[in-house]
Design a protein around this ligand. Structure first.
Ligand code: GLN
Length: 509
């Protein structure tokens, strides 16, 4: 093996390249899977992307994918390709902790629909990835099991809450990953690790078996190193599911075809709106410059670029930090020491209330407790209208901003996040600073439409990755992939190869 940043050989390839080699019989899934397990063994003590690696289960799934292929029955275009699964989706053969002590050692009795679809498609699940506790956070520092580190600089955060999934991609430990996005937890980690992340339209991917944080916002989605890989994964996991009452019963947008069309065809006739509110004070100049350069490239590809104002986006963050904690305070009531995981102080002398209280005190970390308290307060009688009710009105105004904008343009763009990856520890004592990482990603969660983050170069100040966010109308997720794929081709031509092939820190590993 050569010692390149990707570990050399198979781990340096994209999912579509691996799929082509598997199809041609040049490699087996067992070889591909073993190469990724070796990579994990070599680098994950530094990166800590995984909470659980299931080498045996992964190799068994790989053998099955190889056998199916040998008998002419490859289950899907991604059959035999490995993947890292965020530890908030249930798995019957692995623990599901949600990054919390509350669920330490809990193995769920059923698979999430996303998990089931991955298995049915022959995708090989390598293990479960680290995350902020119950998906609350922007840095993965809120995990009860220690932080994940950003492969670009091990002293920096990989984003959150799905930092483990994005770091696994950036460290070449997996070519594909699954994330979940309530306020930005797929896109913001994607941005700061130089990888692609997509929040599909709400209802596009089933939430069945996704441990709930804020049910009206939560959405699973694909993470990958290229737009085409994300599209292939999107088509595996998306589609109607009767087990999720908010699942949309409509055909999945043709995202793979859109990615291929975008890569081949440029952007003539596509109208792109730059969100005026997402620039200026608070945006790192190097992020702004990389974003501005990306917008120029979109114009060079033939897109018609205009500035668009979405005036209520300025209120998205406060509205989110009322709605998400309110739903969280209700959803997390189920962790009552009786039904799942941890139980503290149950020595026969204490009441159920005392055991519940001791368990919740010991089992939840500070950020989760903060959210439960804020949410309980916002929903309480006498305050409901002033907080939760008001936030719901703002949510409607944000949806109207999107509707008005999409009358003028096909997609909206902004930086994904105002800054590049910050240092581990830098924002842990300042919740407001932490929340600001999601300033640009939250509107799409509140309105429910799809959005993508795609790497758009490195900041000229610190050499760290910057994300371009693309937003499309609900159920027009194919537009994200068309624009993203066209941009990706132009970016790689201009910047000399995919960004992700230059991960400096790990070169030495
Ligand atoms: N960082 C945001 C929060 O802390 C978003 C989290 C998410 O998308 N799961 O709530």
């Amino acid at each position: 093996m050569t010692s390149t940043a990707s570990g050399g050989g198979l781990t340096g390839l994209t999912a579509s390249e691996l799929a082509a080699k598997l199809r041609a019989g040049e490699v087996s899934s067992v070889e591909v899977t073993q190469a990724h397990l070796d990579r994990i063994a070599a680098v994950d003590q530094d990166v800590h992307a995984f909470l659980h690696v299931d080498a045996e289960g992964a190799l068994a799934a790989a053998r099955k994918a190889d056998d199916d292929r040998a008998s002419g029955q490859a289950a899907s275009p991604l059959a035999g390709v490995p993947l890292a699964l965020k530890d908030v989706l249930t798995t019957t053969d692995m623990p599901t902790t949600c990054g919390s002590k509350m669920l330490e050692g809990w193995t769920p009795p059923y698979d999430a629909t996303v998990t089931r679809r991955l298995r049915e498609a022959g995708v090989v699940i390598l293990g479960k990835t680290n995350m902020d506790e119950f998906a609350m956070g922007s840095s993965t520092e809120n995990s009860a099991y220690g932080p994940t580190r950003n492969p670009w600089d091990l002293d920096r955060i990989p984003g959150g809450s799905g930092g483990g999934s994005s770091a696994a991609l950036a460290a070449f430990e997996a070519p594909l990953a699954i994330g979940t996005d309530t306020g930005g937890s797929i896109r913001q980690p994607g941005a700061v690790t130089g990888t692609v992340g997509v929040k599909p339209t709400y209802g596009g991917v089933s939430r069945y078996g996704l441990v709930a944080f804020s049910s009206s916002l939560d959405q699973p989605g694909p993470c990958a190193r290229t737009v085409l890989d994300a599209a292939l994964l999107h088509e595996v996991i998306a589609g109607h599911d009767p087990m999720d009452s908010t699942s949309i019963d409509q055909p999945v947008p043709p995202v793979v075809a859109a990615a291929r069309e975008g890569a081949a065809g440029g952007l003539a006739g596509v109208r792109v709106g730059v969100v005026r509110e997402f620039s200026g004070d608070g945006y790192q100049p190097g992020v702004q410059r990389a974003f501005d350069a990306a917008v120029r490239q979109l114009a060079e590809l033939g897109a018609e670029v205009v500035e668009v104002s979405c005036p209520h986006f300025d209120y998205a963050l406060p509205a989110y930090y009322l709605i998400a904690p309110s739903e969280c305070s209700s959803n997390l009531a189920r962790f009552d020491a009786m039904r799942y995981g941890l139980r503290v102080g149950d020595d026969g002398t204490r009441s159920a209330e005392e055991v519940m209280s001791l368990t919740r005190e010991a089992g939840f970390g500070p950020e989760v407790k903060r959210r439960i308290m804020i949410g309980t307060y916002a929903l309480s009688s006498g305050y409901y209208d002033a907080y939760y009710g008001q936030a719901q009105k703002v949510r409607t105004l944000i949806t109207r901003d999107f509707t008005a904008a999409f009358e003028q343009v096909d997609v909206l763009v902004s930086p994904t996040t105002p800054t590049t990856a910050f240092r581990i520890g830098e924002r842990v004592d300042d919740p407001m600073a932490m929340y600001l990482a999601d300033l640009c990603t939250i509107p799409a969660n509140l309105a429910g439409n799809g959005a993508m983050s795609i790497p758009c170069g490195l900041s000229d100040e610190d050499g760290l990755p910057v994300g371009l966010q693309i937003m499309a109308p609900a159920m027009a997720d194919d537009r994200l992939y068309r624009v993203g794929a066209a941009y990706e081709v132009a970016r790689d031509a201009a910047q000399g190869g995919a960004l992700i092939n230059r991960v400096p820190t790990l070169e030495a590993v």
